[in-house]
Write a protein that binds this ligand. Structure first.
Ligand code: SF4
Ligand code: SF4
Length: 205
C-alpha cells in the first residue's frame, strides 16, 4: 500500500519514544555532568607516561629512545635525554628523559606513540575534560604532569595492563633464571681454577 513505509517508521518512532519512559535500556542519554556513563575500556583521549612503584622519576618506564617523538605524525612530542641513567625493572641501567613534553593542543589522539613504544612506557588516557583558555599553561604537558602510576593504567585499561604486567613478570622470571644459571657457571669455573691439576700416574714397580 502506498505510504505503508511511513506508517511503519512512525510506529517504530512511537514505540521508541514511549518505551524510553519505561525501559531503562532505551534511556540512552544522561544528565551530564551530574550523571556519567562509564567509559569503554578502549576509549582514548591523550597519551600519558606510566611509572612503576611510588616514585614517578625512578619508576618511569620511558628510556628516552625517542621512537615516539620521531613517529608522532604532528610532531607534538619533545624529548631530551638525561645525562644520568637509572635501573629498569630488571635492574638494567637505562637512559631516562630529562624533558618529555607533549603538546595536547596539537596531539590528534592517533595512538601511534603507544603502538611504537617498545617499553610499554606510554599509554592512552581516557580523561577528556581538558578544555581551557590557557593553551600553554594547561595543554603543554611536561614529564611531571604526564607521569601516572601503573595502578592508574590498570584502572582505565585493565585488559591491556594485565597483559603488560604478565609480560614484565615473565621477562623478570627469565632474567632471574638466567642470573642463577650464570652464577652457578661462575661457581663451577672458580672451583675448576682452584682445584689442583690431576697428577700423572707414576710406575714404581
Ligand atoms: S597520540 Fe598520535 S599525535 Fe598524539 S602524541 Fe601520540 S603519536 Fe603524537
Ligand atoms: S615513551 Fe617509549 S618510545 Fe617514547 S621515548 Fe619513551 S620508551 Fe621510547
Amino acid at each position: 500500500m502506498l505510504g505503508n513505509g511511513i506508517f511503519k517508521g512512525l510506529a517504530i518512532t512511537a514505540r521508541n519514544f514511549l518505551g524510553s519512559y519505561v525501559e531503562s535500556d532505551r534511556l540512552i542519554t544522561v544528565e551530564y555532568p551530574e550523571e556519567r556513563i562509564p567509559g569503554a575500556e578502549n576509549a582514548r583521549s591523550f597519551p600519558f607516561l606510566v611509572y612503576d612503584g611510588n616514585e614517578p622519576d625512578q619508576g618511569l618506564r620511558c628510556v628516552a629512545c625517542k621512537i615516539c617523538e620521531v613517529e608522532c605524525p604532528p610532531q607534538c612530542i619533545f624529548i631530551v635525554k638525561d645525562k644520568a641513567r637509572k635501573p629498569d625493572y630488571l635492574g638494567k641501567l637505562q637512559n631516562q628523559p630529562g624533558v618529555f613534553d607533549i603538546d595536547l593542543s596539537v596531539c590528534m589522539s592517533c595512538q601511534i606513540c603507544v603502538e611504537v613504544c617498545p617499553f610499554d612506557a606510554i599509554k592512552m588516557d581516557t580523561d577528556f575534560e581538558l578544555s581551557t583558555t590557557d593553551r600553554f599553561g594547561e595543554l603543554l604537558l611536561h614529564k611531571e604532569q604526564l607521569a601516572k602510576p601503573n595502578a592508574y593504567f590498570q584502572s582505565i585499561h585493565p585488559t591491556d595492563a594485565a597483559a603488560v604486567d604478565a609480560g614484565f613478570a615473565a621477562a623478570k622470571a627469565r632474567a632471574e633464571v638466567k642470573a642463577r644459571a650464570d652464577a652457578a657457571a661462575e661457581v663451577r669455573k672458580a672451583a675448576a681454577v682452584a682445584a689442583p691439576p690431576p697428577q700423572p700416574a707414576t710406575d714404581h714397580g
